[in-house]
Design a protein around this ligand. Sequence first.
Ligand code: SF4
Length: 380
Amino acid sequence: MDFKKLIAERHEYAQKWKERTGGKVLGWFEPYFPEEIAYAAGVLPVRIIAQHEPDALSDKWIYGACYPVKDMTNQFLLGRMDYIDGLVNVEGCQWIFNAYEVITNNKPDMFKHYLFLPDYTESKTSKDVLKSELLVFKTKLEEWTGNKITDAALDNAIDIYNKNRTLLRRICELRRADNPVILGSEYMDMLLANQVMDKAQMNGILEKFIEELESREPGKDMIRLMLIGSETWDSNLEKLIESLGGNVVIDELDNGTSYFWDNIFPQKDRMMAVGLRYLGRPRQPIKESNWRRRPAHIAALAEDYHIDGAIIAKQIYCHPHGTDNYEVWKLLRERNIPYHYFERDMFVPNDETTLRVEAFLNTVRAGITRLAGWHNTVEI
Ligand code: SF4
């Protein structure tokens, strides 16, 4: 499967989808967006993938934002995504809120909606607050599209999205093998393609991909790593790590496993069912407000995927991860899990990052008895 091609051709894909179905395309930024509701309205939800090109525009509007937000804003202002008919911002990162405001102010014909998803996800009133927010969103979508969102349409969308998450989880489970049949870079490309495609179509692609994966020979011995940090828009870091003998076998990224880890458990009250899933999913730091859940989740992933070390990559100017990192560092130290922390922007500077990751892997190698004991291919 050429997932990179699917990502590269995402604009053409969405435009053709519109021509074929006559439907509208709705862009989202953060994986807290309840895609199922938009899908039930006959809309194609697509993640806005940040892509860098020379930028003389975004600083005028949002000086000092993280680079992906600047790049997303620039892409819109340059007209690269004029096929997108609407944008939704879900309560979360303030830089993204700024991008949402700048883009929709510059493109006043777009449908825009701010969806409040409580930051105190575990508070007593959050589920009812979110349910009412989802009902408002549903009504807004019905007015915009002219399509009634029926229970049957919602059930169908929930089924398709649950199936999608289950397929992604199945592929993720294959990474628990000692010698996974899939590398972290291919996995990330698959996830990114999944976020810009019609999920019904993507499910068919994933089923075929699973068949292919299950017929592959086991991969070679590599240093097993976990990737933590700001959400990502490409697989360049994973690729660089692989060139040095490491493999990202699991992540705790908002656009990675956190995007699909939990299914919706259906109930008669559909909006409550959808809301509970989004309140309960693995947390982005901005939702880590009252009680800490990220450390326990990261620790469980680290154990289940038998990691040898972790890479924490934070986008420069990413305040949610910047302020939450201390709890991740603390956890990794307590567990004696070696880690390397660094800041990046949309690019992963090759020489500098290679030097750092290589040095980190060299410190990890010495302590890996698994590799020292039975590997043939990784030099220690
Ligand atoms: S990288 Fe950080 S600051 Fe930038 S949009 Fe994501 S959460 Fe916000």
